[in-house]
Design a protein around this ligand. Structure first.
Ligand code: WT7
Length: 662
């Protein structure tokens, strides 16, 4: 089938001419809280202003930053799809994230409340961060790193990771952060593709109560690639490490002897800031390139607007790993550019107990929480009594990112975490977009559970059909972005042609996001999952997201993954894998009950042919369900590549369940 290979993604033959099904009817509405709306950073006027003069709007947002040379030109789009934003401006990204807050008299403000998994803590002020970043920048210079070089970062979730990234930015080197859960092979491929000169790593990090080693993977990766001159090693767990004399350097030894003074140099706005690899389903990983001025402008603006951040009083916490773009944009660059105080947590949500996240919210008085639907559904599964034990009254804005959030998970988040009154902002964006693109604004938008709703001020998004025609309200098709935006990827590292082919060829002149979407009767946007996850049942395109949301709306279901499996009569048949909620049991009749529930919610066409209760679902390390593997199971095929799974054993458990359920 066409949608089994990502090669077809964007090539036009994935979804038939008929538009994506538009089945889900969600009528619940939530007005913004009056007190938040009254003091909101951004009001409805921003949409008007940006509509009247989009580039003028972004030129104004760029003034949030401190430029060494103010840009006179906002956008150069003379050679699409290669954009240049603010190109005659110069700035230093690290200066913007650190020094300027100290110069403004906020050096004593805590930048990072670090909470280690074993319970160790550190509060790092902006003044301290400035010293640490300066020392690290001087250390990189001593190791021979220069403007334009690439530095790989393979780290746990500790403050040194942010320091390392900012130190690179400070001297004009591009970092390439590789998620600490990736294997030596994955690391080697990425080091090689970016041609990194230095690798920054740690002995290990704490995970599930144990030290989890990182350095051995670096040592192994470096047997496979050349060109790395030094490995900088942070001591975190004190576990034993192999050592290559002359190549390996302890972070604490080299930084301690550096000066805490480093004068930041101003670089061009289009100076590469980082490369971040996204896997895609097939093919070699794509090195997504982001640059400096436009990227920092949009992450700073969106962090201010979407989370309503008040840097003097808010305590912000994004639970993502710095190894993903969410960590880059909404742990490091956005919050620090805005002078925020934030929490950084090293470990897993259930160590040492399943209430750890809520304990952290209570302890630091977190006011803004940004997490993922997969995490929310896990908490739903663990039970309502866990968050109920903690004081969560400090929270005032709740964010979600990473995949479509099912309406019931959205409601649970608002009710159980947000006391039934705090706004949920469902933020749609991608590694490639660099920053949030579609999201409600907490002081403006009347929210709808399950919908990201509206493009932010200054962003142009719509839904088109196969022939690139914009669909009317109520229609479905593909999400596209119709105008360039400041934090857009500039290319795929080393492969301009692939950049053009992947994103700009399916609908010429528009950016193809690869997501199915629909517009509701108000014109609001609902994301329906990746287009290669759409099912074709008896000639109808049905979105996996909608069937999953229908299943999750049943009180017994915590999480669901739905795939289309080849079927002689219907083309594809819907197969649903479900995780039951805490107390629900797999009794007789459950399967029919769930099938009928979907039928009643979405219509008979969407009724799954099979429903299989399972204990776990296969997920990537960023929490996305790997439907491709579930399709392999549903179609009785040998499993495809499982190397990016968090836990390969999950697939065996699922396969073991199959015969009895057939
Ligand atoms: C893909 C991008 C953006 C940072 C984390 C993921 C899906 C992301 C949403 C959302 C529906 C979403 C899309 C997108 N996605 N956020 N709020 N609603 N879908 O970054 O790994 O580059 O993945 O994640 O399918 O294309 P990424």
């Amino acid at each position: 089938m066409a949608w089994d290979t990502a090669d077809t993604l964007g090539m036009g033959d994935v979804v038939s001419n008929e538009s994506l099904a538009n089945l889900l009817k969600e009528e619940r509405r939530f007005a913004p809280p009056a007190d938040l709306a009254a003091a909101a950073n951004v009001t409805a006027e921003a949409y008007e202003q940006a509509k009247a003069d989009r580039l003028g709007f972004w030129a104004e947002q760029a003034r949030r930053l401190t430029w060494a040379t103010e840009p006179s030109e906002t956008l150069d789009w003379s050679n699409p799809p290669f954009a240049k934003w603010f190109q005659d401006g110069t700035l230093n990204v690290a200066y913007n994230c650190v020094d300027r807050h100290v110069e403004a008299g906020n050096g004593d403000r805590v930048a990072i409340h670090f909470e280690g998994e074993p319970g160790d803590t550190r509060a790092i002020t902006y003044a301290e961060l400035k010293d640490e970043v300066s020392r690290a920048a001087n250390a990189l210079l001593e190791l021979g790193v220069r403007k334009g070089d690439r530095v790989a970062v393979y780290m746990p979730m500790i403050p040194e990771t942010a320091v390392a990234m900012l130190a690179c930015a400070r001297i004009g080197a591009a970092h390439s952060v590789v998620f600490g859960g990736f294997s030596a092979d994955a690391l080697a491929t990425r080091i090689k593709d970016a041609d990194a000169k230095v690798v920054i790593t740690a002995d290990g990090g704490w995970r599930r109560g144990k030290p989890s080693a990182l350095k051995p993977a670096v040592d192994e990766a470096l047997t496979k690639v050349d060109g790395v001159e030094h490995v900088l090693v942070v001591r975190r767990t004190s576990q034993e490490v192999g050592w290559t004399e002359g190549r390996d350097v302890w972070w604490h030894e080299i930084t301690e002897r550096q000066s805490a003074e480093h004068t930041p140099e101003a670089f061009e706005a289009e100076q590469p800031l980082f490369i971040l690899y996204t896997s895609g389903t097939t093919g070699k990983p794509k090195g997504i390139l982001h640059t400096s001025g436009g990227y920092l402008t949009q992450v700073a603006y969106t962090h201010h607007a979407v989370f309503d951040l008040k840097p003097e009083t808010d305590v912000y916490w994004c639970t993502a790993d710095v190894g993903w773009v969410t960590g880059h944009s909404y742990i490091v660059y956005g919050p620090l550019a805005n002078g925020a105080t934030q929490v950084m947590y090293e470990g897993t949500p259930d160590t040492p107990h399943q209430g750890r996240f809520w304990e952290i919210v209570q302890k630091y008085g977190v006011t803004i929480l940004y997490t993922a639907p997969t995490v929310i559904r896990m908490f739903m599964k663990w039970g309502d009594d866990i968050p109920a034990k903690f004081d969560l009254s400090s929270l005032r804005v709740l964010g979600s990112v990473g995949e479509p959030i099912n309406p019931e998970a959205w409601i649970w988040y608002r009710d159980r975490i947000g006391a039934g009154s705090k706004p949920v902002v469902d933020t749609w964006w991608q590694t490639e977009t660099g920053a949030i693109m579609i999201s409600p604004l907490p002081g403006v938008t009347e929210t709808k559970p399950g919908s990201a709703q509206v493009a932010l001020p200054g962003i142009a998004a719509t839904v088109v059909d196969d022939e690139a025609n914009e669909v009317p309200d109520g229609g479905g098709g593909y999400l596209v972005l119709t105008e360039p935006w400041p934090s857009m990827l500039r290319t795929i590292w080393g492969d301009d042609q692939r950049f053009i082919d992947t994103y700009w060829s399916r609908f010429p002149g528009r950016y193809f996001a690869g997501d199915g979407a629909k517009k509701d009767d108000d014109g609001d946007i609902w994301l329906l999952g990746r287009v290669d996850d759409v099912m074709l049942v008896s000639g109808h395109n049905i979105s996996t997201t909608e069937v999953e949301s229908a299943l999750v709306s049943h009180p017994k279901v915590a999480e669901a993954a739905v795939v289309g499996a080849a079927d002689e009569t219907t083309g594809q048949a819907i197969v649903a894998f479900v995780i039951l909620r805490g107390t629900a049991s797999e009794d007789e009749g459950l399967v029919d009950e769930l099938r009928n529930h979907v039928g009643a919610t979405l219509g008979p066409i969407a009724k799954p042919k099979r429903v299989l209760p399972v204990a776990e679902l296969p997920k990537t390390r960023s929490g996305k369900i790997m439907r491709r593997l579930l399709r392999d199971v549903a179609e009785n095929r040998a499993l495809g590549d499982v190397t990016t799974l968090t836990d390969a054993g999950v697939m065996q458990l699922i396969q073991d369940k199959l015969p009895s359920a057939q």
